[in-house]
Every structure is written in C-alpha cells, then in structure tokens.
Design a protein. Structure first.
Lengths: 351, 626, 626, 351
C-alpha cells in the first residue's frame, strides 16, 4: 500500500502565521494509525506548535526509530526531511545529523519500546551529550506495532489485555532524563493538547537536550481496565505542576505577569517560558528538588505532568565541542583540506 | 658447556654452524615486558637504521594487556627491500625472563643472542649453535643511576648504545634522533646521549664488536616516509574532507580516530575564533557510532567510523539500513584475529565475508583494501568520495599489521586541484529551476539517484528516508513490483561501482606462465620475496594480481581466465576472498587454490612459497629437492 | 455495459470467455481491511472446506500496520493437493473499496467477483470477462442488526453464509465449527448460526447458486492437521525440553514464543504448587535475548530465541561468541523480506548468508530448514538436541510463509522412548571417578569436547569460558599454534555436523534425466506442481533434491555431480543458498542455474516452471510453443 | 601468553572457614593487571568475602564483560565456573544463567565502560528484572584496556592524562540502579577494604538485584591530578553514610546492638545487616529519601559511600516468575516432555 495523500483543499481563509504558512503547510499525508490512537493527537500538537512558532517547515528535521509512534513523522511536516531509522537507534542518527548541520531544528519522535527497551542506552547517552533537540517519547506502555507486548515503561503489576501482569519495574523516562543531564524535561498527555502544545513549543525553543514524555494511550492494545496507560487511568492520576505559555519575540510585550502564581523563565536564546504554577512548592529550575518531587509523587501513584525541569542557561553539544558556526555540510575543500604544501611538511617530519 | 664466545664457531647437532654473516639483511627482535618503556628505545633503533638509508620493517607484537606481559619488537632489515615478516630471528635481544626459552628457541642456527648477564643463567638455558653476547645491563645501569625511574629509562638507551656498536649503527644518527625527540629539553638530550655512549663504550670495550651481522649506510630508503596505516588513513580522512567522526575504542583501530583528532586539532581549528571544523564523538558503543555516521552523512556531512570485527558485527543492522536507504558511510575495519574477541592484538584478514555481505537480507558492500600506509591515505580519501558518489557504505579494510605498525611507504601526495566528489546532490537552485526530483528515480541510467540535503528548499526536494520499501519518489509502499524494481536497481548500482573502485593491479612474470597468484592487503610485501623463493626452488614464475577492491572489475575475471591455476593467498581460515571470487565471478572453484595463514602472526614469504610450492612440485620430487 | 449476470457468457477482448468451471480446484481471495474482524470469518471458511475433506491452503497477506490498511486472505483449494501459491484469483470476495481496482484486476478471465452492491458502482469499475455477483451486504446487515459492533461482526458471517451457498459448502460443517468455537456460549452460537443462514438464504434466493466453482466432499485431507509453522515450532521446543526462552517481539516471529508461552502454561506448570518448569523472558532487545540464551545454555538449560532478520543482525557478535566458545544456542529465524526493515510482513528466504556465516572472523553455523509445520515441530526439537550435541548455535530457518500461515501437515508425532540428547557433559560422578577433563580437548576424535555445568563438583571440572583464544584446558593463551589448533578442530567439528544434520531428501523423476532441481523451505509445496507443468509444457523431467540443512551432507554433492544442470530455486535476490553450495562443495557455478523469486509474495509453481523452462527450451522454440 | 599459575604453597596453619577451606581455595591464578590497579583490591575483597561467608566456591558463577575489570574473574575463585563474555553484555548472560539454575550464586563483574557506556541498556534492564545477583562495577572512569579514553562515568570537566576535559554528563550508577529497582545498592572504594568486604558479603546474602559501584582507580590512565577517580581525589571526597557488618547464622548471638547509632536490617532470607550509622539522618530502607540524599550530596561534590539502599523483603526474578524450585538444568524428560498421548489430543484439536 502506498500512503494516502491528504486531500489538499484550498481554504483561502485559513489563518496564516508570520511566514505566511497555514496550518496545512505543517501537515503531512493522512495517518494510517488506528482511529483514536494517542499518537495522532501528538502529531496534531506538533503541527500546531510549529505553526504557532512560525518555523519554516523545511528547517526542521524529523527523525524516529521503529514503531507506531515512530511512523508518525510521515504524517506531519510533509515539507520536512524525515528519517525513519532502525528500532531504538534514532538518538544516534539524530546526534549525527545534528553534528552535520547545527542550524536545523531536530525533532526526535520515538516510542516507549523504542526508547526505554531496545533504545535505552542511546536515549540515555543522547541526554548526557546535550544534543540540541526536541525528543518526544509517545508513551503507551506497550509495543503497539508488534501487537501489544509490554514495554519497559509498563508499570509493575499493570495488566495486559489478556489480564497477565507485568513483572518488571517500570522505567520512568523523565526521572532518567533529568538524572542524565537533559536540560528541558516535561511530561504530558496526548489527551491534553492545551498542555502539550506549549510544552513542545518550549522544547523547540530550548537550546540543549529537551525531552518530553508524552503518555499516549494505545487504543488497540492498552486502553483497558488494569492498564496504567489508558485514557481513563491517566486522566484520573494526572497531576500537573504547572501550565506553560511560550512567549515568542512578537508576543512578549503583551504578556501580563500575574505575580505569585506565575514564574517567567528567560532562556539563554531569549525565549521566555511563562509558567502558571499549579503546585506552588514546585521550583522548575531546581534539578535536585525536581527529582525528589517526582519520586515522592510517583510513590503516591500520581502521574506528574507539566514542565518538570529546565536549565535556562544550558549549553548544547556544539557549545561543549566549540564547533564552527558554519554547518559542516556547507564546508568546502578550501575550509577542510590542508593542501599539498602541508602534506610535504608532514612527509618531511616522517623520515 | 658454557655460553659461546662470539668469535668461535658454534655447534649444532654434532656439526659446526658458522655464525651468521650478513650485511643490511637480517632480523633483530627485542623481547620486552609490556609497559616497561622499551617501545620508544626500540623505535629509536629502527629509525636510526632508516636514517642510514637501510630499509627496515618493524613489527610490534603485544599482548591484550596494559602492563607486565611479554611484548616483542621485531625488525626486518633488508637492503633488498623485503618488507614482509620473516621466520626466525638472527639477533635476539632477550630482555624478558618470562619468555626466555621461547625467545632462545626462535633464533636461527648461527644466530646471536644479546642478553643481560647480571644474573648468571645455567648453561642449559642456552643453545650451542648460537653466539651469545652477555652484558651486565642491570648492574651496569644500577651503578650509573640511583633513581628507579632513570634506571628503567636509561637501561633501554644503554642497550641501544651497546647494540649500535655490535652491528655498526652510526652513533651520530642516534644522537640526532634523540636531539629531535627531546628538542628544547637540552638536559634530557645530554643525559640520553650520555647513556647511549655508556652502552656503546662498554660494548666496544668488552663485547665482540661487530658481530657477523652489520649495517653499512645505504640509499635504499629514498624519499619514503615512515608511518603506520591508521595514522595515514586518519590523514586521508582529513584530506578527504571528513568532518564527522564517531567511534568507539577498540584495538587495533583506536589509533585511527585518535590520529584524526590530533590532525584536526592541528589543521582544522579556526585560527581567529578557536572554533572547530570537525565534530568527533566518542560514542557509547558501535551501534551508536555507526548511527551517528549515518545521521551525519544523511545530513550532508562526510562522516566515518573506525572499528574492528566485533564492532562490525554490532553495526550489521545499521549497515543494512545504509545499503537499502542509500546513505553514504565510511567504515574503517582494522582487522584482528577472530572470531569473537579472538586474539585482539594479532592480525588477520578475516572480516572479508562479514563486510562484503553485512546485514540480513540481500546486501553487498564496497570494500577498499589498501596494502600499505600510502594506500591507507589514498583509499581513505577515495572512500569518502566513493561513499558520496555511490550513496552506500564503503569499507576500508586495514588490519593490525598495516594499521598499527610503522612502514616505509611512498610519501603522501595531494593534488591541490582535486575537489571532493559529493556525488549527486540537488541544490536549492536545481530545485528552484524546476528540475524533477525523485529520490530513488534513476534518471542517468547508472542506477545512482539524486538526493537533497535536509533543509535545502522551502517547498521542494524534501523526502522521507526509511529502511522499509518505497517507490521511486520515496513514498512508502508494500507493492512487490516497486520493491523488486528497487532491488534490481541496487544490483545495477553494484555494476556501476565496479567501474569506480580502484582496479586490481597486475604484475606479470615476464615469461609466459599458467600460474597466477591473487593476494591483497598486508600480504602484499611478502609476495615478491615468496615468488623469488619459488622461482629459485621450483623454477616456476607466477603472474600476480593484487586485489584492491570489491566488487571486482573485469581485470580480475580476465586474470583468472588467463591462468590454469590461481593461488589465492589470504590471512584467514575460510578463504574468504576466494569465496567472493567464485561467488561474484562464477569462477570454477577448482582452479583457485587456497593458501591460508591464520595463526595471528603476519604471513611470511616462506609460508607462501611453501604453500604454493606444494602444488607446483609433486611430493616425491619435492622431497628429493630438499 | 453493466455488471454481468452469473448465468451468461462473459466477454474478453472481443472474444467470449466461458465462466470458469472447477470442482475442488480454485483460488478464493478475500480483500478486507486490517483490524475489521474479518480474519476469523475467513479462517472459518477455510476450516469448513477442510472439514469437507478438501485440501485448502490459506495465505494471509497483511500490512505492517495494526488497523485500517488493506489485508487479503487467499485460499488455494486443491483436491490434487497443490499447496503452493498460485497466480490469479478465481473467486474474489472484494470487501475493501481501497483496493478495488487492483483486486478486480487480479481475477482470472472467466473468474468471479463477489462484492457488496449496497452502494452502486459505475460500470467502468468492472470487467466484461468476469462474472459479477453483487449482494447488498451492508444494507442487508444494517437492516438485521442495530448495534454497530454486531453489524461489523455478523456482516462477516453473513458473507460466509452467502458464499457457502455459492460454492456449495456444507452449512452443517460451518454450524459445527461455530459451535466448537463458542462452546458454552449458546446464545452466541445461535446468533452466529442465524447470521450464517441469513446470508445463505439470501444467496439461495437471489444469487446464481452455485457458481461454476464448486466443492464436493472429498477424502484428500486424511489425518493431516491444520497448524502454522510458528506454533508447531513452539510445540517442538516444548517437546524438545527447552526451559528457557528469551525473545524480543518482531514480525513474523513473535507468535512462536507466544505459542511457547501458551503451551508451557498448559503443560509445564506443576499442578500442586503452581510453579513453572520454564522461564520466559521478554528481553529488552535481541542482544539481550541471545545473551540470555547463551547464559542459560552455558549453565545447562535448553534455551532458544526467535527473531527475524534485524534481530539476527543485532545478535551477530554474540553468535560469534557462541561459535568460538562452543555454547549451544537455538535461534529461530522467521525470515521476512529484507534488507533493513524491508517489507516486514512479506516473505523471503534472504537470511541464509547471514545465518550461515554470522559474526566477524571465520565462523560457520548449522542451519535446519523445515518445509512445513510438521518439520518445524521436528526440527525444533532436533535443533535443541543438535545444539547440545555440537555445542554450537543452531538456526531453524522458517519464513513468514510457513511461520504465520496455517498449513495442512502430517500429524505431529512423538516417540515416548526418545530422550533428550544433552551431548557430552561430564557429571560429578565422572569427575569424582578421576576422568580427565579438558574443556577443549578432543578425546573422542569427533572434535566435540566435554563440558561441565557450573556448580558440578567442588574441586574438579570448573573452567573459564571466554571469547578469546585459549588452550585445550580453557586457559587463556595468545599462542598462535594453540589458536590454530582450536580453529582447525572447529572445522573438524563442522565435518561431524555433516553426519548429524537432517540429510537432503532426493526424489527422482523415475526416468533418467540430466536435469536436477534443488530447493528448500517454503518453496517446497510449489515444486511438484511446477514439475508437472514443465513435464507437460517442455516434456522434460527433473530429479529433485530438497535441502534440509547446512552443512550439506555427501548426498548433496552426489546429486549435483549426477546432473548436468541443476536449478537452484530460492526466494531471495542474491542466490544465497547457491553461494553456499559452490562455496562449501567446490561445485562449478556454471552448472547451478539460479531461479530467484523475491518480491515478497510466496513463490508459485508457474514462476518456477517459467524460470526453469526458459533454460530447457531455446527461445524461438518457446515462442512457437506458446 | 598462557596465564601464570599462582604458586600454591602449602600453609598448613592458614585459617580455615566452616567448610574447611582456606583463603587460598578462593583465590585464582596471579593477576596480570598493572601493579597497583584498584581492580586487584576488589578481587581480594571478593576472595575474603566468600571465604568469610563460608561459600562453597563451586556454587558461585562469576561472569563478566570485556575490559581490565572484566578480566578479574580469572584471578579469583579458581574453582568456580567463569564466563568472560562480550563487551557490555554480561547482564544478559548472567540473567540467562540465573534462569537456568536458581541455586547458584551469581557474581557479575564489570567495568564502567562495560556497564555505563556500551552496556548501559543491559545493566539497567537487569536491575529492573530483579535478577538475583551481586553486580559489581569496578569504576575507574576510563576504558583501561583500550588505554584510557573516558567512560560514561567520567565527570564532566574531569581531565584525562593529556589534560583534555570530558564534555559529557557523568552517569551515576547508584542513582540509576535505585531508580530502576535494584534492591541492594552500595558504593565503595577499592582502597577501603574494610568498607568493601562487608558490602560484598551483604550483597551476596541479598535476594534480588544487588549492585555495588566500587570506585577503583586506574593507575595507568586515571590517577593524575584533574581526575575525579584518582586515589587521592576519592579519599578526599569520600563520605560514608554507614558502616556495614554482615551477620551470618553462626555469629548472630554474639552481636551487640549499640542503640541509636546502629540499625539492624533483617533480610528476607534471614541474614542480618548491622549498620553503624555515620550520617545519622540516613534511612537506608527509604528509597525516595536515599535518592534525594544522593543527589543533594552529589551536588555538593561528595562521593557518598556505604550501603545506600536496601529493600530487605525484595523478591527476585524467579519469585516474580514463580519458577519451580528445581533448577531447569536438572530437569529431565519426564518433567519436561508432555509425551505422545498429549500430542495425539493436540492433533485431534487441530483438524
Ligand atoms: C531490531 C528490531 N527488533 C524488533 C523489531 C520489531 N518492532 C517493531 S516496532 C516494535 C515496538 C515498538 O514499540 P514502541 O516503540 O513502544 O512503539 P508503539 O508501536 O507502541 O508506538 C518492535 C519490537 C524491529 N523492527 N527491529
Ligand atoms: C564490541 C566491542 N567494542 C569495543 C571493544 C574494545 N574494548 C575492550 S575493553 C573496553 C573498555 C573497557 O572499559 P571498562 O569496562 O571501564 O574496563 P576497564 O578496562 O576500565 O576496567 C573496550 C572499549 C570490545 N572488546 N568489544
Ligand atoms: S496499535 Fe496502538 S499505538 Fe499502534 S496505531 Fe493502533 S492504537 Fe496506536
Ligand atoms: S590499565 Fe588501568 S584498569 Fe587496566 S589493569 Fe592497568 S591500572 Fe588497572
Ligand atoms: Mg509503545
Ligand atoms: Mg573502566
């Protein structure tokens, strides 16, 4: 089956962003996922975030591994280059791509099987390196594409469709990401687009490794009673610590800072994150406190969502490496090849 | 019987053996302990001989261990230019009690043993048919130095001094080398010079200088340089325009990315800003390093990794992706003895099969196989061009023998007019001008299709890369015919590759012969010598073909067709390149005779000659000849 | 022109085509939407035909997707017992508007189209040369049911009912099957029966029953059972005594460990304590699953994993370890279309090369290649024995075609006197009695050495397992001769393997012939039919050899030697088994002719006949014959 | 080089343990590591721990990956089966071995490169599964065997021998182990055998996944100024939270519980862990508190050592799986093969 092109109806009255693009320009062909799959909501959120941020679609590179979640980059940002790589290895491919051209925006999309099971090593190491990217795990606790086996984010004791309980301890991706040095870490829920869209926008405005664990129920295999990743379960246990508003250049002036309950974080690159606090003891830039908060609430059975940690002054891999501003893929012979004279000297030194 | 004095005849099995006599043609071997600092003294020794204009080929034989285990440094000195390994040692410098017996055993009858006789050894520890030269190195050094570190360091220089007297190395040359090495640290230079002469003076006074093995200045080195293959390949990557290197340490490949790092720091840092024109990542493993290479190459940078067998195994899945999705990737495989961890510090050519067909499904990969550091440099740059041109993984197949040993090799050359061949890449202008773009559409008939770098154009030229089947316009499809068309195009691209890789090099015997020999890589230096032996012993000449790449060009088929029997010399158990030959060329296996060496040591001319010779002279004749 | 009424002649290209007439010999294909619940109705349909004693071979063609994309269920009905796929459809049940055009196109001239005519379609959507049978399925179902879920479910049963009338399936058989399926849920049974008869009655009343394609009860099924290869292999692992299964989900292999889990839960749970005599771990990836298998087997448990191509690539390093350290491991590779992710829901035999030579260095691995579920069962148990006996990895090479499709196959048989062959294991008593133990010491001359399970004896028999070189007593060594001895012993063990693997099965043509055909695995059912076609069309007979294992026994060499031309039929692009033949048997490639099918669909007799036929009849003659 | 057999001198007066073994019976051939390597001290500690616990050496299986650290199993417990597997994959091999025979004791020895770099995925997943083992990482912050490159536990900013600083965030193995469900987690220092030996003993007495991060300086490549894994640095920054005493059956009666500063933890299987508290606010069985404590102290630059967390009632993988008590490798045809009659019934059901 070749993919289904989405009917491109001309809607002359569709709103346009600062670049003159409509939301359609950020969409892709029609999704072939199951009707109701959480992943499609995340795709829609990505489309909205990119539209609202006025990003030129072709300056975004979207990369993924293998899985239903990893298929989604086909279904959004049709004018962006995409790379559906191999299972669990998107992080290394993205890291390499990022090395080659530091100017594009990198969006990594993955699943919980892709990132927490087979890909846990690569996921972890990409966080440590501070690769400048937005890394979204579309977390449903199962392997959707291979028909519903537990993944490593399934909670111990959670039941599959046939009622069999999971035996292994769950991996909590946000805690691990914070532990390993990610500098923008959030959790959200595919069913809550109002929360999710700004979190994606904030991540795309962040310099450094930004990670979003987005719980995204699998309606085919993990949306039953006994699952801890079903729509109902997540809605019931969701505890948002804050609500984010991303303020891009042109909005800035109009922002109204309600004192006390609102915190404004200015990121290194000038973007502003306006946070409406829902848990008032939550200090989003305090790494140690954030980790403790998460562990305490997890022990209580809460699914904490929102922007969980941000280091507004983070460096990224290129910063650490002190790479040149020109993307490598734009460098020519003159910049790269030392030439025959240098070689002659070298030869001389080797006799 | 006591150890032999150097001036008298030596005895073997009843008959006397004259001490070996040779000028500029013998093998010296140092037996040391790993981590004892002997390496630099040994290198000094080799370099001094080179400076005298005499070709020398050193080999470092070291354990998979950091400190304390046996290590050897073997030097083949050969005015005739024979650079292959040779069996047996002419002068053994035995500095490691742990391996004494084995070291003494390896000396050729009539050969020489230099050792530290500070502590007396029983006569049973020696052989009657060799000349033994004892020097009380330890007591001598300890008398001269009191600081333990100095004792350790200068002992090495002292024995170099003594040896210089024993085999006539020009001390001035060594002095100069020491001065270069410690340039700017005059005190150190003086101290080293002193140690050198202490050893030399002792030898001149107390030892039978010179031995039967001597050196005289020569002019056989020419303008050749002395460099190891990994370093040369790293330089090739710098010249080839590689900007991204992702790697994971593994013997014997680590020194390649490490050299790349050094050269990049030297040549690729912006003088004004200190900013770097390269990105080198030590990845967390090989799956990650190849993933980064593929990601970088997909995004338009020239990228490579270096590894050895275990790394290739781990990269297999990704290599298949790069083949099928058609992404350039350069992989240096510095081969060591397999399978599994095998003998990680021994050489072999046993990753040919896995590299040629890496990954599940139907795949074939391009291999370049350099014979020496100069070709490592050339093929490294060529691989980067080829990978871009063919949009596929390209392997450069080194091995420990050429990768980690310094070799005399032609000076590295670069044509300043040369430009990187970035292959078929559509630019924003191409797209803007309305040129049609189908990522997997063969418009030129060579089965190579156009690509775009991500971010090129706002509305044109973007495509989706995947490891699943797709049509000519990179759209996902499960249609069998589209899949098959694509797989057939990849076969056609394979044919294109045959026209682009370095052709095999043929050297004819001069006289007509029905025999040919095929070889590759680090086997190369042993071949001329092997053929000399065969010519002498069997009165047979052979035409030679040195394979430099896979897939094979028509010249390979022609060579095989033109001979009745073709010997295929390899350093692996399973005749891996021979399999490729019969597989890809449909050659009759019967005419391809295996000559296989795979104990981890470098192959020798004697071994090759014996292996080929066994087929040339019928057994009874052969016995009579011996 | 309007859709044809079933009773009249149909037209094609000017001439009239009579509607197909066949009894117990035709192909029915259902075009459905993935996830629409059609699978169980289709299976019901197939099973009903079987219960009538008529051989039927279903094939499920599904997308790499969970819901909403096209899926087909194709059934070859053949009283003559032909179980290979056949090109073209005789009766198309077109339930998926998305694929309508392609589905209509695939009907053979004179064939039938059954479809839902609730919504009228333009005439251009049909073909003149087929018989079109429309039934207002949707409106009919919607009229009968109001709950959406029921509409969805019963629509499928209704069309089964209608078809039963159209091709004469005994409704009683279907009723029984439904009753078995819903045993104990009487309401559900009644509801299904009702739907069945609603469809049937409609057809009898309004449709041209029966069509030209009809079924009559037969006796050709015999005592054969209906099971898929993965399930049979899982059962074989239970019977073979596997206790440890470590796996990672991947299509098309997942159903193998899933079936193993089910059967273990059924047969291996201690009735009293509820404790389990098996340990199944869904690992985090394939590197881990093979690692667990190797760890378990090292520790004396029978262990296996199941995967597909990408998993094999990832396991390569570990497979080399198991080869070199000589640890049993059983790996089921249920092959799909490569390379890379390829077409994950399509079949192929393209992991032959990677499995035979997996890992870097010199390695060779044992492959068992079953042709059908019965052999999957047998070879699964045999692989566990062989792995223990040979102390090496053993691959069982299934493919999607036999792994995931139910097949009529001989009933599974087990000899209760059979005992697991645990190979050469020294017990505490052996050791206590003073029997000498050298882990890698060949005492029996078959190159297989003794091992001990960890924890056997307090002071004897312990050894250290490693992937590095070692001597006969498992002590680490970097000595080249010890390494080489070991590698040579492994080659000798390979010779021993040749005497233990299932031999190839030869079937002679009856008449003398210079032609032979070699094939393996899921190609098997298409061969007899292909040879019938060739005999009829070209008047040539061929001897057959079905390869069942690698390494090849002497019977394979003999077969090749005994024929002038041998066709090698495979489902991959690169003729992978043929490469093994020329590589390992030193056969001349010239006499082995490739017949290759690799578009992801199962190979057909027509394809094979055409492929072979092209070489039998010179081209001009061939054209004349057509 | 074949390995060097250790001279087995007969010392008739060497002390014997309850099984009549001397410490020599727990040793192996002479180590070929660099003189002074921290790893050799850990080997010695293992020897002492096994001797003192009266363990029959052949009932221990010792497994490792690749590296200097992974070589060490050759040099201790010469009467035990050992398995030097492939780089980074010891955890899966050990898990499989453990599945096959639940009765042996499993000792996994690894390096920081082996477990935190290439093996991070397997390390993590073995913790989640609660494999019953003692897993020791001999942590020197570098790859010793390949000559001193940084590993993933090297601290950001730490310098190598040539003065080049590490760019990536360090992985803190103990925090990750606790995160992922290890039920006995300790950190120690190869230079402090008094602390290390009881920690190993406690781990070997623990049922479930026991992990010890043992800092073990590499004298060849990571013992210089600027390193944060040198002997000097670790000695200076070492902050022990407690001191452990493991009480085996026969000692039990003699124990003297000093109230207040001492805590006694009784493990599931009856063994007693007596802890002398050095940080008095430290609660060793409180998972969330332990993680917080570690993060707070890490932020201060302290290297916290001691028994960091224990769940005395932990289950192990076999417990979760409810496997049979008989080891799989001892089961015969009668227990495993359902037989022909069952198959006949099955055949009947498949028609
Ligand atoms: C090496 C390899 N192993 C296994 C698979 C099979 N596989 C495909 S998707 C998948 C799991 C995907 O799970 P997840 O990442 O959670 O994505 P989801 O489908 O749930 O969105 C697996 C195991 C594969 N493609 N490659
Ligand atoms: C697949 C693979 N890649 C690389 C190597 C090379 N290698 C051997 S040991 C080692 C690092 C070991 O580091 P660590 O685990 O920290 O052990 P240490 O030597 O420091 O004790 C590496 C990279 C290998 N053996 N296998
Ligand atoms: S199977 Fe689950 S994850 Fe996959 S598309 Fe369907 S609902 Fe989404
Ligand atoms: S290199 Fe370092 S880790 Fe390896 S043995 Fe030497 S000191 Fe120990
Ligand atoms: Mg998932
Ligand atoms: Mg280390």
């Amino acid at each position: 089956m070749t993919y289904l092109p989405k009917p491109k109806l001309a809607h002359p009255d569709l709103p346009k962003n600062a670049l003159g693009f409509t939301r359609r320009d950020y969409e892709g062909p029609i999704s072939t996922l199951c009707a109701g799959c959480g992943h499609d909501s995340i795709s829609a959120a990505i489309v909205r975030a990119c539209f609202e941020l006025d990003l030129p679609p072709h300056r975004i590179a979207k990369l993924s591994g293998i899985g239903c979640s990893s298929k989604t980059p086909t279904y959004f940002l049709g004018n962006s280059h995409g790379f559906n790589s191999v299972h669990g290895r998107m992080p290394s491919v993205l890291t390499g791509a990022n090395l080659a051209n530091r100017e594009l925006l990198y969006l990594g999309v993955s699943g919980d099987g892709d990132s927490a099971s087979i890909g846990f090593g690569q996921f972890s190491h990409s966080m440590r390196r501070g690769v400048n990217m937005t890394y979204i795990v579309e977390n449903n606790g199962v392997y959707g594409l291979t028909k519903g086996q537990f993944s490593a984010t399934a909670d111990r004791g959670a039941k599959n469709k046939r009622g069999v309980a999971n035996l292994d301890e769950a991996i909590d991706m946000v805690s691990i990401a914070i532990q390993l040095g990610a500098t923008y870490v959030a959790r959200s829920f595919s069913g809550d687009k109002d929360q999710l869209v700004p979190l994606i926008k904030g991540a795309m405005q962040h310099t450094g490794a930004a990670f979003i664990d987005c719980i995204s129920p699998c309606v085919a295999f993990n949306n039953h009673d006994g699952s801890t990743k079903s729509f109902d379960y997540v809605r019931e246990h969701n505890e948002a610590v804050n609500f984010l508003d991303v303020i891009t250049g042109r909005d800035e002036i109009t922002v109204d800072y309600a004192p006390g309950t609102t915190e404004v974080v200015r990121q290194h690159n000038g973007s502003l994150l306006k946070l409406r606090k829902l848990a008032d003891d939550y200090e989003v830039t305090d790494r140690v406190a954030a980790m403790d908060f998460l562990e305490v609430r997890k022990a209580r059975g809460e699914i904490v969502t929102g922007l969980l940690y941000v280091d507004p002054d983070a460096e990224d891999m290129h910063g650490y490496m002190q790479t040149h501003d020109t993307p490598f893929n734009a460098m020519g012979d003159d910049e790269l090849v030392p030439g025959a004279a240098v070689l002659a000297k070298l030869n001389a030194s080797l006799r | 019987m006591s150890p032999q004095d150097a001036s008298q005849m030596v005895e073997a099995a009843g008959s006397t053996v004259p001490p070996l006599v040779a000028v500029n043609d013998f093998v010296v071997k140092f037996a040391n302990v790993n981590g004892s600092g002997s390496a630099s003294a040994n290198q000094l020794f080799a370099k001094a001989i080179l400076r005298m204009g005499i070709p020398v080929t050193p080999r470092n034989i070291f354990p998979s261990n950091i400190q304390g285990l046996p290590t050897w440094y073997e030097m083949r000195i050969s005015d005739r230019g024979h650079m292959g390994a040779r069996e047996g040692t002419d002068l053994m410098v035995a500095m490691n009690p742990q391996t004494w017996d084995e070291d003494v055993r390896s000396i050729r009858p009539g050969g020489y043993l230099f050792y530290d006789n500070t502590k007396a050894l029983p006569a049973s520890k020696f052989r009657p048919d060799i000349t033994v030269v004892g020097m009380p190195l330890t007591s001598f050094t300890n008398a001269a130095y009191s600081v333990p570190r100095e004792r350790q360091l200068f002992k090495n220089i002292i024995y170099v001094g003594a040896l210089s007297a024993l085999i006539n190395i020009d001390p001035k040359v060594i002095e100069d080398l020491l001065a270069e090495q410690f340039r700017g640290r005059d005190k150190l230079i003086a101290a080293n010079h002193k140690a050198l002469h202490m050893g030399r003076d002792y030898a001149l006074a107390h030892l039978p200088c010179p031995l039967g093995l001597t050196l005289v200045p020569s002019d056989k080195v020419g303008d050749r340089i002395f460099i190891d293959g990994n370093t040369a390949a790293a330089l090739g990557a710098v010249y080839g325009g590689a900007t991204v290197c992702a790697w994971y340490p593994i013997t014997p490949s680590s020194s390649l990315p490490e050299a790349f790092t050094r050269y990049c720091e030297r040549y690729r840092v912006d003088k004004e800003t200190g900013k770097k024109r390269f990105g080198i990542v030590q990845a967390e493993d090989e799956l990650s390093s190849i993933g980064m290479v593929i990601g970088a190459a997909w995004n338009g940078a020239r990228a490579f990794t270096a590894t050895s067998g275990p790394g290739i195994s781990l990269m297999s899945e990704f290599i298949g992706l790069a083949y099928f999705a058609e992404i350039p990737a350069v992989i240096f495989d510095v081969q060591r003895s397999g399978p599994s961890t095998g003998m990680p510090t021994r050489t072999q050519q046993s990753d040919i099969t896995i590299c040629a067909y890496a990954s599940h499904g139907d795949t074939k990969h391009v291999l370049l196989i350099p014979e020496d550091p100069n070709e490592c440099f050339q093929f490294s740059a060529a691989a980067l061009d080829l990978a871009d041109r063919l949009q596929t993984p390209v392997f450069v197949m080194l091995d420990l023998e050429i990768g980690m040993n310094e070799r005399l090799t032609a000076p590295l050359a670069w044509d300043d007019n040369r430009r990187m061949d970035r292959g078929k890449v559509m630019t924003a202008e191409d797209l803007q001008s309305g040129r049609a773009f189908g990522r997997y559409l063969d418009v030129d008939g060579d089965a190579i299709t156009y690509r775009t770098y991500p971010g090129t154009h706002p509305t044109r030229g973007s495509f989706f890369t995947r490891g699943t089947s797709r049509d000519e316009f990179a759209r996902y499809t499960e249609a069998g015919d589209a899949y098959q068309r694509n797989m057939e195009r990849l076969l056609k691209k394979w044919d294109t590759a045959k026209t682009l890789v370095p052709p095999a090099i043929r050297t004819d015997a001069g006289a007509a012969t029905k025999y040919g020999v095929i070889f590759y890589g680090s086997t190369s230096p042993a071949i001329p010598e092997a053929l000399e032996i065969i010519a002498a012993q069997c009165d047979v000449v052979l035409d030679q073909l040195r394979i430099r790449a896979f897939p094979f060009g028509p010249e390979v088929e022609k060579f095989i067709d033109g001979h009745e029997t073709v010997f295929v010399v390899e350093q692996n158990r399973d005749a891996q390149l021979r399999s490729l030959l019969i597989n890809e060329l449909e050659t009759s296996p019967k005419k391809l005779v295996r000559v296989l060496h795979y104990n981890g040591a470098p192959i020798t001319a004697e071994f090759i000659a014996a292996g080929i010779g066994a087929h040339l002279i019928p057994a009874p004749l052969r016995e009579a000849a011996e």
